[in-house]
Every structure is written in C-alpha cells, then in structure tokens.
Design a protein around this ligand. Structure first.
Ligand code: MN
Length: 271
C-alpha cells in the first residue's frame, strides 16, 4: 500500500478544472491523502460552486485558511458588500445550499499549523509575530467568525487602518489589523507599516517598500516554514526556503502549484 500524502495547494480562485488536473497528477486519494489550501478558494475562476462542493465533500481530509476573497464572499452573502466586478460567484450565491456553504467557510481559521513545521497563512506572517502569536490572533478572529457576532466582524473589517501593530490594540482596530495582515499584506514600509496599494513583483516596487518576508523577524522559529498565497505577481520567488509562496497565478493563465509535503517537492499544472 502506498503512503499517505499531504498536499498544500496555492490560490484555487474557483479554478475547478485546474484543481482536478493537479489532484490527478498527484494521484490524490480522498480516502488516504490530505489536502490543505492557503485561501482564496473562490472568486475569479470558472466554477467556484463546483470547487466548494468538491472541497466540502472531502470532509476532514481538507482544511484551509481564509483569504480576502473568502471573507469578501461571506460579506456579500450578508448584503454588506456587492460582489466584485470580475467575480463569478453568482451560481454559488444563488445555490439552495448557500446556508451550509456559509457555515462551512466560517469554520476555517486565518492561520493553521498544517504539520509540525508548516504554518499556513493566506498573505503572510507580520514580522513582529511568532507563529504561536499568529495562531493565537487567528483564534481570536475565528472565535468571532464562528460566533453570533460574525456579521458585525465582517462589517467592521473593511478599511486599511490601523497600519501598525501594538499589543494593546483592541476592538475593531485590533480585529481589522489582524485580518488585514493575515489576508491582504504584501509590502511593509520601513517602520513595519502595512501598505496595500502595491501588488507588483518586488523588483518593480518602490525602494521604500519591503516584502513582508524580507523584514527580519526575531520571533520566527527557524524550523518553521511559512506557506502562503495571495501574491500572484511574486510567482513564488521569496529567495528563502523558509517562505513558501504558492500563488502562481493559475487564474491569470499561469500555473497552479502545490507543495507535496512528504517529498518537499512541488507539483504544478498549467492553465
Ligand atoms: Mn488573496
């Protein structure tokens, strides 16, 4: 009997066909193997509904962290926001099982420990946090998202500030910073301020902007690998084996990438 496999897949974005190609290539067996994702399961691709239905059927063989598109989808279901112009979420939003789908999404955290040495987060690890701290802050948000005030949490999450972290942040500014750092961060300014305007490859960004993974983090255990998505223009180029960027822009016509944990190798399919 072959050994069980653990796959961590990059941003699926509703690209059901790409996900199927990738899992076939891996000979993924849903009775034996485990699939993790780094968030943004849905939105721009051709079939967000089929993607969600497939992942829901995997039960506890699947887990994910939430991305900005996943949280935005939840906000849209509650009438807090309109779907973005390029989102193709209508079949999902109109589905008769929408309440179950909403419930399913709300159970997932912002960060999770997939293996002893792999921490998953959609955007990145803010450089003054350890992974233990990240997981604790994720739990703060997750408890709210699972609880009775979840719609209020989503209503208050929109906005770019505060842009700097303090341990004594509380209430809405605290929630918003945690959600922004975990799901939207790419670049930081010199004083570790979050900056959201630039989405480019680091080589094309202004000199005052630093990719979060290049900012020294004295709290990060060198044994921990940070596995993230969100930044398609990065094409996975972090320059460090400790930071594993899996968004390789399948939805933009490039590739869908997964880390195969047991062999520490990458699987890739082209759009
Ligand atoms: Mn994203």
């Amino acid at each position: 009997m072959s050994r069980s496999q653990t796959l961590i897949v990059g941003d699926i974005q509703g690209c059901y066909g790409g996900l199927m190609k990738l899992l076939e290539k891996a000979h993924f067996d849903d009775k034996r193997d485990t699939l993790f994702a780094v968030g943004d399961l849905i939105a721009r691709g051709e079939d967000s509904l089929a993607t969600v239905q497939f992942l829901m059927k995997l039960g506890d063989r699947f887990s994910t962290v939430l991305g900005n598109h996943d949280l935005h989808f939840l906000a849209v279901t509650q009438g807090l926001k309109k779907a973005k112009k390029n989102d193709r979420l209508t079949p999902l939003l109109n589905h008769r099982h929408l309440p179950e789908i909403i419930h399913w999404f709300r159970q997932f955290p912002l960060a999770l420990q997939a293996t002893k040495h792999h921490t998953l987060i959609h955007a990145g690890l803010y450089p003054s946090w350890s992974t233990d701290k990240l997981l604790a802050l994720s739990t703060e948000i997750s408890d709210k998202l699972k609880g009775p005030d979840w719609v209020t949490l989503l209503k208050n999450m929109y906005g770019d500030g505060p842009d700097n972290w303090h341990d004594d942040l509380s209430d809405i500014p605290r929630e918003r910073f945690i959600i922004n750092a975990c799901t939207r961060m790419r670049f930081l300014r010199n004083n570790q301020q979050l900056e959201f305007a630039s989405k480019s490859h680091p080589s094309e960004a202004s000199k005052e902007l630093h990719p979060w993974f290049t900012v020294s983090n004295p709290f990060l255990d060198p044994q921990q690998r940070i596995v993230f998505g969100h930044w398609a223009a990065l094409e996975g180029e972090t320059g460090s084996s400790q930071f594993i960027g899996l968004d390789t822009g399948y939805v933009w016509g490039n590739t869908l990438t997964a880390l195969h944990v047991e062999s520490n190798s990458y699987l890739c399919v082209s759009a």
